[in-house]
Design a binder for this molecule. Structure first.
Ligand code: CO
Length: 459
């Protein structure tokens, strides 16, 4: 049986371990080698890479993509897209979503992994449709979570909807690293039995379950697994590529990856990891195993946010109460998956409920918008009293939030004016206005400070 690999070092491992601070120049020298390794795909764009390029690295994210493509013509390039949110957390109008996808494909993307934090398929429909129209592979991703209303049937249902929508593969996206090996086995098996398209598993090593989870997923027939080259693997990133290649080959699985090439890739990234460790940008703690998420049944990142919030308010003694309140708030909100931005929303509200000594005395703006339906449909029923308290006589949205938005591309184009040199620039501006504008201005400055001269031939 064949198992294929998606390498995450350029996107998710980069994002999870070093807050997406890897500049293009750090990995440029290994791209041609990576192109020869035999990966199913290279996850290299989208997620936080786009923001980080503009905000911290002084790089044009579109140019980065074109340069990766030029060096990796044989391997599929993959990006992560938050459906109607594109790369952020707010909803964009359809014309912007479509243009963003068109340009992503034009600049080199082959596979777009598309998800919605609430698993509201209406929020991925437009992105999936446009990806297919542009001739790229639309991979529908299920935001994996655990709750009394999330079960095998609900995931199968979701996968079937994605397949019917035209998704050419389905990814189970365990962004919090909370999926255990048995859950992986059961979920993959159920999906394999109910949909025809390939199944992909994405997890994180945070709790130490990652390798076991992927092993069982493979036994259940998963087609593709996400891993990171070992120098950038483990902890909050993905399980190590070479370890899985070794272990799965030993068990007789058919794997295209070339170990010699993988060693070259890993040797290349070792000094880069050392550099980030030395600068402090790679904190050894994120490489360690943290099993607290298993005890508290909430993602590790969410737990550390709660601790930080309470510490800042000198109320760390309230942690046990906040931890008890968190699942209650989640229940009131219809069990949203605890991923960004829901994890923050639930955590902040639980903290507010405990510190005020009264539940929902203060309600965050985000929770109010969520209850109005502005993020999409809640997976389960909302608490009726809370809904009434927020909405009064107002009706919640029944359509997609994006249906309430005016087209945005031409308006943004006029707004940014000459500073934008291309449609890609306009999209950067739409996604991250402040960061993009600052980047464009710096780019102009650089041009001004470069002098040119003409050569008079003297031959
Ligand atoms: Co991830």
């Amino acid at each position: 049986m064949k198992v294929q690999f998606t390498e995450t070092v350029l996107r998710d491992a980069n994002q999870s371990l070093i807050a997406t601070r890897l500049p293009f120049s750090d990995f440029e020298g290994i791209l041609e080698t990576m192109d020869k390794a035999g990966y199913y795909s290279l996850e290299c764009w989208g997620g936080a890479t786009f923001d980080s390029c503009l905000r911290y690295l002084d790089e044009d994210p579109w140019e980065r993509l074109r340069k990766i493509k030029a060096k990796c013509p044989n391997t599929k390039l993959q990006m992560l897209l938050r459906g109607q949110n594109i790369l952020g957390y707010k909803h964009y109008p359809d014309d912007v979503v479509r243009m963003f996808i068109r340009k992503s494909v034009e600049n080199g993307i082959d596979i777009i992994r598309i998800f919605d934090a609430l698993n509201d398929v209406r929020n991925i429909e437009v992105a999936v449709d446009e990806t297919i129209k542009c001739g790229a592979i639309a991979s529908g991703a299920i935001s994996y979570t655990k709750s009394p209303i999330h079960n095998l049937e609900s995931y199968v249902e979701l996968a079937k909807k994605m397949e019917a929508m035209g998704c050419q593969s389905i990814c189970i996206k365990d962004m919090a690293g909370i999926m255990g090996p048995q859950e992986a086995y059961d979920t993959v098996k159920a999906l394999k039995e109910n949909v025809k398209v390939p199944i992909i598993l994405h997890t994180h090593s945070t709790t130490g379950l990652g390798l076991l989870t992927l092993q069982k997923a493979v036994e259940a027939g998963v087609d593709v697994i996400d891993t990171a080259i070992s120098a950038f693997s483990g902890g909050t990133a993905q399980p190590p590529t070479e370890t899985l290649v070794y272990a799965l080959k030993q068990q007789g699985y058919d794997i295209d990856l070339d170990e010699k090439v993988l060693k070259e890739i890993n040797d290349y990234f070792k000094p880069i990891r050392a550099k980030f460790l030395e600068s402090g940008q790679l904190n050894p703690l994120v490489l360690a195993t943290d099993t607290d998420a298993l005890t508290y049944q909430i993602p590790g990142g969410m737990l550390s946010n709660l601790v930080a919030q309470l510490t800042a308010q000198k109320k760390l003694d309230k942690l046990p109460e906040v931890l008890a309140e968190t699942p209650r708030v989640r229940e009131d909100l219809g069990y949203p998956p605890l991923v960004t931005p829901m994890s923050q929303m639930v955590g902040v509200q639980a903290t507010a409920n405990v510190l005020a000594g009264e539940r929902y005395k203060n309600i965050s703006k985000e929770v109010k918008a969520y209850i109005r339906g502005e993020y999409g449909r809640a997976p389960g029923e909302l608490n009726a009293d809370l809904q009434k308290k927020v909405l009064g006589d107002e009706k919640p949205l029944t359509c997609r939030f994006a249906d309430t938005l005016e087209p945005g591309f031409e308006k943004a184009k006029a707004e940014i004016g000459d500073l934008a040199k291309s449609d890609e620039d306009v999209l950067s501006y739409i996604a991250f206005p402040t960061q993009a504008e600052a980047f464009f201005k710096k780019r102009e400055e650089r041009k001004k400070n470069t002098f040119t001269y003409s050569i008079k031939r003297v031959d």
